[in-house]
Design a protein around this ligand. Structure first.
Ligand code: PLP
Length: 376
């Protein structure tokens, strides 16, 4: 099998798994319990949280552990909207959000919130002039992905922050799930930021919402206070420890991982661009681990099926989105329904080898001629 879907899920690093097992076996207590085992677990939880906070350059009190980025996005979007409902019900977002953000916004719309979606420029970034035009006194939330999962566009978060600065009721939520562990990200720019370690060698089933410490959020899960009033449940100590290891490895090795992926991505782009019916949808400035493309006349889902038959895993839209509909993200940059319907995504990692890229290109070449009938 050739796995080219690392933006959907990244295999766990053996060191991460080892840390999980060792912490799970060493600390039997519930960090909320008031006895020795509980106090020891709680002390370890605090140590781990401090290490994560140091790596992200945030206050340890701003870290809320969640079950993943889906929960972190739900908590931020719904929690912020509910807390600020007396200030307004206007929200600005984009068509390139992960379904965990866009479906939360649809839910809020059903509760009477007004949602405006920012258009994208041809380079995939949000239209800042339009943002300036749409911002109002009753805008309570702007939500933008740092990097979207389909095209890999890096959004100008600093400039967005500057525009929002003049609107005191407005908060900025950034879904940084495809950015953290892959490219540098400045957490001080947003009020809330979500991330998940299974995108960079960590385990599934955990994530973080980083929340500015002075900001109040209405929780979505109700129960005992746990490590924070914002997320009830027994703190998952071993998952937090595994997240810390995954993040440390990703940050320490970030430069070498990026340069390896850059080389492979350049080779892929060069080879694929030579086919007359291929259109590269990812903008030039996209992160190197994500490459979105369309083959004219061939549905993305068909391409995925055919590649799957040959043992190659790629993705159509994000793994959590509705099947059979054109990609909203690709439509937003191409303005072409067919291009959006025909789009699919290759995503790479430092684990991807040049031999895998060569083998993929060989199979793609055969399929391209077979499916398009282009034998030139
Ligand atoms: N946000 C983005 C940009 C993603 O790519 C994903 C993963 O597919 C998520 C959120 C959801 O993450 P999780 O699977 O941890 O809930």
């Amino acid at each position: 099998m050739i796995y080219l879907d690392y933006a959907a899920n990244h295999p766990v690093d053996p060191a991460v798994l080892q840390r999980f097992c060792s912490v799970e076996q060493t600390f039997p207590g519930n960090p909320n319990s008031r006895h020795e085992a509980g106090r020891t677990a709680s002390g370890e939880m605090q140590k781990i949280t401090a290490l994560i906070a140091e790596m992200l350059d945030v206050d340890p009190a701003s870290i809320i552990y969640t079950s993943g980025a889906t929960e972190a996005n739900n908590l931020a979007v719904k929690g912020l909207a509910r807390t600020t409902r007396h200030c307004g019900r206007h929200i600005i977002s984009t068509a390139i959000e992960h379904p965990s953000v866009s479906a939360s916004l649809t839910w809020l719309q059903e509760q009477g919130y007004e949602i405006d979606l920012l258009p994208l420029r041809t380079d995939g970034t949000v239209d800042l002039e339009e943002l300036e035009y749409l911002l109002r006194k009753d805008t309570v939330l702007v939500t933008i992905p740092a990097v979207d999962s389909e095209l890999g566009t890096v959004q100008p978060i600093r400039q967005i922050r500057e525009l929002i600065q003049n609107f005191p009721n407005c908060h900025l939520h950034v879904d940084a799930t495809q950015a953290v562990g892959r490219i540098p990200f400045d957490f001080s720019l947003a009020d809330t930021v979500s991330l998940a370690p299974h995108k960079f060698g960590g385990l599934n089933g955990c994530g973080i919402l980083v929340k500015r410490t002075d900001l109040v959020l209405e929780p979505i899960l109700h129960g005992g206070g746990s490590t924070t009033i914002y997320r009830s449940g027994t703190p998952a100590l071993a998952l937090a420890a595994s997240l810390e290891t995954a993040m440390r490895l990703a940050l320490e090795e970030q430069d070498s991982r990026v340069s390896h992926v850059l080389e492979l991505s350049a080779k892929l782009k060069k080879a694929l661009s030579a086919y007359p019916l291929v259109r590269i949808n990812s903008p030039a400035g996209a992160v190197p681990h994500i490459l979105n493309l369309s083959v004219e006349g061939i549905r993305g889902a068909e391409m995925q099926r055919q590649l799957d038959r040959k043992g190659i895993c790629v993705s159509v839209k994000s793994a959590c989105s509705v099947e059979g509909t054109p990609s909203r993200a690709v439509f937003a940059v191409s303005k072409n329904r067919n291009t959006a319907r025909n789009s699919w995504r290759i995503s790479l990692s430092h684990l991807t080898t040049e031999q895998e890229i060569d083998a993929f290109l060989k199979q793609f070449d055969l399929l391209y001629h077979e499916l398009t009938g282009d034998n030139k």
